[in-house]
Write a protein that binds this ligand. Sequence first.
Ligand code: UD1
Length: 349
Amino acid sequence: MLTDFAKAYLRISMSNILLTGGAGFIGSHIAVELRKAGYVPIILDNLSNSLDSAVDGISKITGRKEVLHNIDCRRENEVVDLIEKVGGISGIVHLAAFKAVGESVQNPSKYYDNNIGSMGSILRVAEKFCVEQFVFSSSCTVYGSPQEAEVTESTPMGNAYSPYGYTKQVGERMMIDLVKAGVKTKFVSLRYFNPIGAHPSAWIGEFPIGKPNNLVPYICQTSIGLRDELTVYGNDYNTRDGSCIRDYIHVCDIATAHVKALDYMLKPTAPQHDVFNIGTGKGNSVKEIIDTFKEVNEIEFKVIQGSRRPGDVAAIYANNQKAQSILGWHPEYTLADALKHAWNWQKTL
Ligand code: UD1
């Protein structure tokens, strides 16, 4: 028989989800969706690529005073202390990592140290607390340069194009090895395609520190006048208009996939390890993104043609049937919604 105290402890820990990288672009949107679904996000972030003001934005949306725990995942003892302080956790959503592909090529040690170091530390924490559910933030970059643009979860992982991509492949492998070693936690990797947009409230969104690398933040900054022009990298790819094709997915849709994954892992029938593509299932070219952004936001900005960016693959988009049928997840937002929300957010900065 459980004592009342033990029951209360269990109740609290059942809904607590440790959310690493919770002040970042994707993490802040996940925090909102966790609250919406009745979970309690325990937001951990070392603010190396995010701002604590994101947590104010999350609080405005959830109507609760959310708390930021400024901890580096690699400081395992501090993570353990935090979990004990909040009365335990039932799950972990692990996002904390560096994510700039180009920077990872310039400075691989930084990426191996942080991304793999954090993953190692957070997995030890999961083992220590016998965590039931673990969601890992993976990326379509694990496919490398696929033969076919449409990828399913069984498309072989190609040669990682960058150290960043390799850290995602290693992260996925680490979980498989833990399962083989008898760890009881259930693990899900969500392979995100290109996250864009912002919360419809415009209280949270992407906050690139310095010059953005990614397409949509660059478009937003050019539109608002922070940048003179946008360069389209490459016009000679074997695609319908010569520019690269990607699967651009609204960040709120990515966030809801985490809630679905956590719920899924509670089912006794769910395997101990699973992988899902999180994309819209549609590919759009760089030029289509530019044209749609201009059209839906009724704005003009200068675009110039540049040469290919080293490391870019020509085309990749998700086959998302598995996430739809097994997780019951469906993207809700259109590309136009995502580009409008990105622009609305930019105008608040
Ligand atoms: C890559 C990864 C993705 C990862 C993301 C993190 C792949 C296939 N994708 O996204 O998994 O989450 O990095 O940063 O490895 N572009 C321009 N002009 C610009 C900026 C970008 O033309 O100023 C083009 C790029 O050449 C590319 C497309 O826009 O074709 C998207 O680029 P970006 O937003 O940087 O994302 P990926 O490199 O696709």
